[in-house]
Design a protein around this ligand. Structure first.
Ligand code: EPZ
Length: 420
C-alpha cells in the first residue's frame, strides 16, 4: 500500500531530536562485513528500508544476520556466493559496494550495474578504473559486472573526482591487496573516516590525511564491535525544519563539525546557531536572509541538503541562488515547490533562482527522491493549510521515525494511504 504524509502547516517547531546512525555510513559498513568470517556487532544502525536491503544483501551472500537490539545487529559467517542478486542492486545503488569485498574474499564477483535514479545517471566508471589499477579484470555481460582478481595488487590510484562510493569501494579492495596502495583525491566525507575506522577495527592497516588514503594491505580480518556515526544529513534536515517554521530545535548525538557548512550558512542567514560537543541548536530570529549556496564534495556544502535548504530559501527575504555541482539533475523538488506558490526556477546550468516570499500554501506534492521528499516536508511544515506529500517509499529509505520526530517538535502530521 503506498502512503503519503498529510501535514497541517504553520506550527512553530520546538524541542529536541536524538539523531540516529547515518544511512550513508551503515551501508558501506554492512558491505565491509563481507571481509571477515568472524563476529561483527554494529551499533547505532538506523532502522531504514535501505539498511534492511543491505542486510538482506549480505544475508543472500552467506552471512548470518541477527538483530540483537533495536539498533544493533550481529553479522557473522563466511561468504557462500559471489553473485549479488539483481533485484537488490536495482533496489539500491549502494549495493554495488559489495563488489570489492566479494572480490577480496573470493577472487571473483558478479554484481549488476546499478541503474541511474532520479538525481542523475550515476555511472561507476571511477570504481572500475580504480579496481583495474589494482589488477582486477573487469568484464561486462548483460548489465552485470564480472570482476576477477586472483591476486589483487597494490598500486597508486588517482580519482578524477572525489567520489564517495568509489573511495569506499577502492578502500575495501586495497585492504585486500598485499603491499602499499595510495588513493589520491579521495572523498573526505565523515562516512569515509567511519569506514576507515571500522576496517581498522577489523584489522586493516590504513591512514587518512585529507584526500590521501594510504593502505598497507593484506591483513587478516578478525571480529569487531563498531558504533555507526550519527547522520549529519538527518540532523541538518531537522535544523532546517526548525528554521522554516520560525522555531527552536536542538539536534543531539551529532558532531557539529560534520555539518559545519550548514551551521555557517544558517548563521549568515541570521539564524542563531549554538554548537556544543555533541549537539547543535538553531533558534530562528524571524524570516531568514537570502543566501547563495553551492554544493561541493566535503568539506563543501553537502548536496544531500541542497533540496532541504532550497525550501527554506523560498521563504527568505530577497533573492537566493542555489547551484548543484555534484549531481546532474537533482531538482525534482523545484516543480513541486512552485505548486506551493514558491517563486523558483532552475536553469540548464544546474542553478536554482529563488525570489523569497513570506508564505507558501499547502497542496498535493510528490516526492521523487529521499532529499526532495525531505524538502517538501519542510515546505509543508511552513506552509499555510494542508500539504499532502506522496512517495513515502523515498522518505522511508532515508529517514527513520520522521513522523514521530516531527510530532515531538509540535508538528501536526499523519501518515495515510495514498488513496485515503
Ligand atoms: C553517496 O553517493 C551518497 N550515498 C549520496 O547520498 C550522496 O549524495 C553522495 O555520496 C555525495 O555525497 C551513499 O553514501 C549510499 P558519488 P555516491 O560517487 O557514492 C559521479 C542520499 O540522498 N560519479 O560521490 O553515489 C556521480 O554521478 C544519497 O543519501 C561518476 O561520475 O556519490 C555524481 O555526479 C544520494 N563516476 C558524483 O560523481 C563514478 O564512478 C558524486 O557521486 C562515481 C560517481
Amino acid at each position: 500500500m503506498t502512503e503519503k504524509l498529510t501535514i497541517r502547516g504553520g506550527k512553530t517547531l520546538e524541542g529536541k531530536i536524538e539523531i540516529a546512525g547515518a544511512k550513508n555510513s551503515a551501508l558501506p559498513l554492512i558491505a565491509a562485513t563481507l571481509l571477515t568470517e568472524k563476529e561483527v556487532y554494529l551499533e547505532n544502525v538506523p532502522r531504514l528500508d535501505d539498511v534492511q536491503t543491505m542486510l538482506n544483501m549480505v544475508r543472500e551472500l552467506g552471512k548470518d544476520v541477527t538483530a540483537t537490539g533495536p539498533d544493533t545487529v550481529r553479522i557473522t559467517g563466511a561468504v557462500s556466493s559471489n553473485q549479488a542478486p539483481a533485484e537488490l542492486v536495482r533496489k539500491m545503488r549502494a549495493s554495488f559496494l559489495v563488489l570489492a569485498p566479494l572480490l577480496g574474499k573470493t577472487g571473483r564477483a558478479e554484481v549488476p550495474l546499478p541503474g541511474g535514479c532520479n538525481i542523475g545517471t550515476r555511472p561507476v566508471n571511477l570504481h572500475l578504473q580504480g579496481l583495474k589499477r589494482l589488477g582486477v579484470e573487469i568484464n561486462q555481460d548483460d548489465g552485470r559486472i564480472i570482476a576477477r582478481a586472483n591476486n589483487l595488487r597494490s598500486n597508486d590510484i588517482f580519482l578524477d573526482y572525489p567520489s564517495v562510493g568509489a573511495t569506499e569501494q577502492l578502500l575495501m579492495a586495497a585492504v585486500c591487496a598485499k603491499g602499499k596502495t595510495t588513493i589520491y583525491n579521495g572523498a573526505q566525507e565523515p562516512e569515509i573516516r567511519d569506514l576507515a575506522l571500522f576496517l581498522t577495527e577489523l584489522g586493516a592497516d590504513l591512514s587518512l590525511k585529507g584526500s590521501v588514503l594510504t593502505v598497507n594491505g593484506g591483513s587478516e580480518f578478525g571480529k569487531g564491535n563498531y558504533k555507526v556515526l550519527s547522520d549529519r544529513i538527518a540532523a541538518g534536515t531537522y535544523m532546517l525544519a526548525g528554521v522554516a517554521t520560525g522555531g527552536k530545535v536542538k539536534v543531539e548525538s551529532v558532531d557539529p563539525s560534520s555539518i559545519k557548512p550548514l551551521s555557517l550558512k544558517l548563521r549568515k542567514a541570521g539564524v542563531k546557531v549554538e554548537e556544543n560537543e555533541r549537539s547543535i541548536q538553531i533558534e530562528s530570529q524571524g524570516r531568514p536572509d537570502n543566501l547563495e549556496v553551492i554544493t561541493l564534495p566535503f568539506p563543501g556544502f553537502p548536496t544531500d541538503l541542497q533540496a532541504p535548504i532550497t525550501s527554506v530559501l523560498t521563504l527568505a527575504k530577497g533573492k537566493s541562488v542555489v547551484k548543484e555541482t555534484v549531481f546532474d539533475s537533482r531538482f525534482g523538488h523545484v516543480a513541486e515547490l512552485s505548486k506551493m506558490g514558491a517563486d523558483i526556477s532552475v536553469t540548464n546550468s544546474n542553478t536554482v533562482f529563488i525570489e523569497g516570499k513570506n508564505k507558501l500554501r499547502g497542496t498535493e506534492v510528490e516526492a521523487t527522491d529521499i532529499r526532495a521528499g525531505a524538502s517538501l516536508v519542510i515546505a509543508g511544515l511552513a506552509a499555510e493549510g494542508k500539504t499532502e506529500v506522496s512517495g513515502m517509499k523515498h522518505l522511508d529509505r532515508g529517514y527513520s521515525e520522521l513522523q514521530s520526530h516531527l510530532e515531538s517538535l509540535g508538528a501536526t502530521i499523519e501518515r495515510v494511504s495514498e488513496n485515503g
